[in-house]
Every structure is written in C-alpha cells, then in structure tokens.
Design a protein around this ligand. Structure first.
Ligand code: GLA
Length: 389
C-alpha cells in the first residue's frame, strides 16, 4: 500500500469522513550551510521523501494527532500549547502561529506519517510544520502566502522547540520544484530556480546515524558567535547589519578584538556566502566538477572553522575524495554533528562507491550507515483523490 493510502485508510477507519490530504517534502542542501541566519545565500531542494497528512476540521477546540510512525495518538486544547522537544510541541507551535496572526483556528483530527529519516539533517521537523500549516491554511481559508507559512513554521522551531534556525528548511519544503534547486537570498527572501538535470549523476545521501544530543544548543551557540562578530564590526561601520555585509578585510580588522572562537566562525560564514554565489554560477554553466570542489571546501570549513562536524562525517568526506572520478562533491549537510553526507556520484559508480563506504564505515565505527538516492521534487501540495501515492 502507498504511504498516502495507508494514511487515508487509517483516517477513514478512525473518523469515517473524507479528509484533506497534504504531502510535505524534506530537503537537501547542495551548498550554503549556516548562511541563512546570516542573511546569506543557500541552495536547497525539496526531495522525494515526505510526511503526509490526512486532516479534517472537527468543530471542537480539540486537536488530535495520530502519528503512524510512532503509533501514538496525542490531543491538546488551545489552552495547552507549550514548548518542548516532542513532535507534538512543533504542531502546537504551528497552531499558535496562526492564532498569533489573528486566525480563529479550531480543532482538527489528523493522521500523519512519512519516510523522512529523523535527525538525519533532512528537515523532517520543517516538513511536519509546513505540511500541517498548509492544511490549516486551506481548511480555515486563511489565505496566507507560502512565505508566511514558512515563517509560521520557523517561529514554531524558535519559540516551541528552542532552535533559533534560519528559514532555509521551511522555504525549501514549501517552494521546492521538480528537477530544480533553489538559490535563495535569505536577506530579500527572493529565490531563483536553478535547473538540476544531470541524468548521469546520483544525489546520494549517506546517513552517519550520528545524532548529537547537544546539537540544538550548539546550533544556537554558533548563531551567537556570528552575532558577536557582527556587533563588533557594527561599531566600526554602521552599515554592517549581518555577515552578508562583511568582507574578508573587514573581518581582519577585528581579528585581535574577538575571541579565538568567534573569528573562524565568522570567517567560515563570509567565505561560505561567496562560495554559494560562485557555486550558483558554476551550476548555471553546468560545471558540476567545479561545483563539487566547492562542496568539499564547504565541508572542511564546517569541520575546521565552524566546528560542527564529527569524526564520522569527516571520515566519509575524506573517503569520497579518494574517488575523484566517481564522486564530484561531498560534504556534511544541515545543522551538523552528524546527520547525512550529501554526495554527487556518477550513476555507474554508485554501487561500487556505496560498498566501499559501507565497508570502511563498519570497520571503523562498528555501525552501518544508510544510503538514500534522492530526486528533487515539488514543494508542499495537496494530494488530490486521483493522485494518491
Ligand atoms: C538547520 C537549520 C537551517 C540552517 C541549517 C544550516 O537545518 O534549520 O535553518 O541554518 O541548519 O545551514
């Protein structure tokens, strides 16, 4: 049975009425890591891994969710919205976001489930919030634009999950397009679609299965280090508002004034913003070889300057570099401290490469990595009756 059929039949069994159905994708990010909250550029794409929802109004004040993946049902009322790290808190955050904007959202019944691996840096939480927000927007006829839905989902992460994330994940989940990456300017919040049609290349994610428990506090710390750099630079030049406005020579001027922790963090971000712009030009010129080299550069910046990598990720990226014909680029993806490595691999070499990776990884870390080949897909959308899969 397909995912949407499973969700639909569970919903019908429980509620015996036709639901509104939505699918929300996870995302990859080709390049532009930790640049979104610095007003920089990112290059994500929505992928063919989803969370799907069957939702209907229930004419009460109660919100009831059944998670197929966790086989768990949880309900809450409007007076019970609170922060926390459970999936239910994210959904509470979305409801709160609509109410904050003045929408009189009432209760719903919802069954949801999906195939986005959690904690793998593929933004399952953004898919959860964006998909649910999209459903509320339709059911209660709020007429919010996709950007506003992305902002509600981002706010849920900030205020309900305590992660001061940027907007990349939510934006990619909502604005994704088949066979395209997005070049998003996180300052103007304007994007451009970059066609990504390379039939001979596989976008292969290798999941390290490393889940860092302190990842969210470490994430907030990185953001604080960037802000510290900016506030010092601002004292010298009031036209600087974020690391987007900063050049390498601006940075040099504060090298001796900031702690040894802050300088390399800011330097990484300034470099990564430029690198993402260069990568966009290479992609437009269909130069994936040049593009891949920049992905490797990003990885070592994330590892040595931004310090958000881990042994497992570093080993996989170093291994990728031993296959120069087969692997064009590789780097750790997402917030960091494990999760997935994104690799651009020649299709004819995927099997050989995956075998080599598995062998080395198992011998070194005594655990199996997971492999996912992904395709770039459409952003959050309703699933119509004829199109359930
Ligand atoms: C997480 C955040 C994003 C972004 C990335 C790092 O995925 O949710 O906003 O900052 O980390 O690029």
């Amino acid at each position: 049975m397909s995912l949407s059929d499973t969700i639909l039949s569970l919903f019908l069994e429980k509620y015996n009425k036709e639901p509104f159905m939505v699918t929300a994708p996870g995302r990859i990010n080709l390049i532009g890591e930790h640049t979104d909250y610095n007003d920089g550029f990112v290059m994500p794409a929505a992928v063919d891994k989803h969370i799907q929802f069957a939702v209907s109004k229930n004419e009460s004040d109660l919100f009831t969710f059944y998670s197929v993946d966790y086989d768990k049902q949880i309900s809450f009322g409007l007076d019970e919205l609170k922060a926390g790290s459970h999936w239910i808190n994210y959904l509470m955050g979305v409801v709160d976001g609509f109410r904050q904007r003045g929408f009189d959202i009432g209760g719903v019944d919802c069954v949801f489930g999906g195939n986005i691996p959690t904690g793998a840096g593929m933004s399952s939480s953004a898919a959860l919030c964006c998909g649910f927000g999209f459903a509320l927007n339709e059911l209660f006829e709020c007429e919010l634009a996709r950007l506003e839905l992305a902002q509600i989902a981002q706010r849920a992460e900030h205020e309900f999950a305590g992660v001061r994330c940027g907007i990349m994940d939510q934006y990619a989940s909502l604005f994704g397009k088949k066979e395209s990456a997005l070049l998003l300017d996180c300052r103007s919040l304007v994007h451009e679609y970059l066609p990504f049609h390379f039939p001979e290349i596989d976008v292969l994610l290798i999941d390290t299965k490393v889940k860092h428990t302190l990842a969210s506090s470490a994430y907030n710390d990185r953001r604080a280090a960037c802000e510290e750099g900016v506030s010092l630079l601002q004292k010298k030049n009031s036209t600087i508002h974020s690391l987007r406005d900063v050049t390498e020579s601006d940075l040099e001027s504060i090298r001796s004034l900031v702690s040894s922790n802050v300088f390399p963090k800011c330097q990484y971000v300034v470099n990564e913003i430029r690198r993402t712009q260069s990568a966009a030009n290479l992609l437009k010129a269909k130069d994936l070889v040049g593009f891949g080299k920049l992905m490797f550069e990003t990885h070592w910046g994330l590892s040595k300057q931004y310090e958000v990598s881990c042994e497992e990720s570093d080993l996989l990226v170093a291994l990728a570099a031993e296959f120069p014909r087969d692997v064009l680029g590789a780097r750790q993806m997402g917030g960091g401290f494990g999760g997935c490595i994104i690799n651009l691999v020649r299709k004819d070499a995927v099997e050989k490469y995956s075998l080599a990776v598995r062998k080395k990884y198992v011998v070194t870390f005594k655990k199996e990595p997971d492999f996912y080949s992904v395709n770039f897909s459409q952003g959050v959308h309703a699933i119509d009756k004829l199109n359930r899969s």
